[in-house]
Design a protein. Sequence first.
Length: 732
Amino acid sequence: MSLNSPMARCRPSSLLLGIVLGATLSLGVYAEALAQRANAHANGPAVRTTHTRASEPATAARRPARQTARVQRVAQSRPAASDSRRVSATGPRFTPSRFTPSRSAPSRSAPSRATRAASARSSANIARGVALAREAARPQTPFAAASTAVPLLLPVADGHTEIAAAGLRRPVTGGVDGLPQPLAPSDAARLVRIFDLQARGESVAAAQEADRLDDRRLMSHVLADRWLRTPQSAPAAAVLAWLAEFPDHPDAGALYALLRRRMPHGAPPAPEAVPDLLAMAAAIAPEDQAPDAPPIARNAALERVVRAKARDGDVSGALLAIAGARGLAPGAAALLQGDVALILFQSGRDQDALTMAQGAARGAEGHGGPAFVAGLAAFAAGQPEAAIPYFEITARAELAPPSLRAAGAYWTARASVRARRPGQHIAWLLQAAQEPRTFYGLLARRALGLAPGFAWEGEVAGEAETNALAETAGGWRALSLLQIGQRDRAEAELRRLWAIGAGNPALGRAMLVVASTANMPALASQLAQVVQGSDGRPRDFARFPVPRLEPLGGFRVDPSLIYALARQESNFDPGAVSGAGARGLMQVMPATAAYILGDPSLRGRSGHQRLHDPAFSLEVGQRYLHHLNSLDSVDGDLIRMLAAYNAGPGNVARWMPPGRHQNDPLLFIESIPAGETRAFVQRVLAYSWIYASRLGLPSPSLDQLAAGQFPRFAGPADVERMLMRQQRLAMH
């Protein structure tokens, strides 16, 4: 052994620890190899289903509908990130490629394939154990030493808890507990080797393995993966034939771009892009969807002109533009007048806003928006008695979404107390509490002392439903891809299947269970919203997942807030990229990350990719939150901090003058002039309270807001106390 090798530089104790750790892993690998050999003799190619405990649900809700930053998936033309970087509901795991046996000359004893694989895995595991021991021997940074002492406990499906801390990773052995596994064991093992070889650039060896496949129904994915990883191995004629046969394949766009580089002048027309119908259907959360009603014809160009004039202070010009518009329906005109009234309210002209909104409320009967503005303006002007009827109109508005009706009911209760009519406020709080997934519904439940009331119990699809999914061509491919560890490709197949069978409720339920069980949070959350829209049953276990998250060095921010931000910003998608260029779980701009960390390399392409590492993205997000907390314009105020996270601290300082609604945090939130930022603040706060409920953590910001106080940002010491309290409760 070289004296300069990494092994030689380990201390003896670290080396011994590494060998022990590696040997421990290797024992499991050899047992697994023997089990695989036994299964290969006992099982045929028929679809089989495991019946162990289902893994914890791991889902997320919709991607944020932001005007300047719609989240998109990183192009699949680049090699997919390894499973060790994917956010996992069951913890980090090795990719199959790390345990694929290397080619070697045949020996006289001719050991079995499983034994050779186990031997290779054993060596890899010992090296891995040494690496882990060396890593453990390194001195920790002060942040890491302070924050890893108290890990976060995550709920699991059977009601127990487990520690969400980095540890020894388990190898992927193929398949997901509780789901059908359509591939025969021999083909499954061969496909794992094929994708591993292609990931290493060994396309010739991969092609030789592919020739030995008995079932070739995944060859479209095999070829696409091979050609995108090693473009030189992609004959133009073969790519042309592939595109002709699979024009709606998830990789069709990337392969067409490859073909254009190979044939700049003779390439055929590009295949028609297939929209993500599921993401479109789930773009609006159920509580934000207005009831079905004949739509009011709107004029987008006119709306932009009217709002611009109102923001510039030209209210008369805005009203003249509305009055002069030809063919504008009375209801549309009233809603536009309500927009002008809202801008007046947000600029501090409460009495003018009240006058404008009163007329708009009469013309927009049933919609609730203008009436809500009238109530806010009257309340801010010190006229709670005058505000009550307008808030009541909002609470009863038949065409308003549930979130707005809950807001109207909560503000009716507030105005009743302020107007010294306390006998009415309990009934209105109870009405608001009927929407527990909304900002004001959660506030109402806390004010009444009610439990949050979420549906955390998962659901299991019946055998008929899962079999029906496996019998569809797309479902078979998705389940087979899951069996061999190709989760991203499986998700793409399920999304394509949804576009075909969107009207089939049984298919949707089966897909929801598969997505939840197989750690596809974005897909599962979108399915949960769409399926809830069809049968009315909330599926909070799928909408609000608990994937295993841990920043580098541990949590220094309330974990509930971190989960809420990741859920809102990226839908727990490490590969998310916004239209503005924000990246990763926490959707941080590369320039912001470079400034916060003092690392100019993060502005470059290689630095961009670092932001897609979940732990790194979470750490950057934490540091950015602490940076915002230190600004004079924020000064520990959680509302201003979230507004600054969304819109930038400069905008918040300009929008919100120091004396504006300093004694009323709810009026302060409603006065935020940017609608996207206002909705962001309310949604992230609500999500943080929902995650606090699921994680068994306190929600001090909910207590503070319900008591009429501005919520404060929890510092590292507060976070440590939260986690220690969580562990004490878990032990009892």
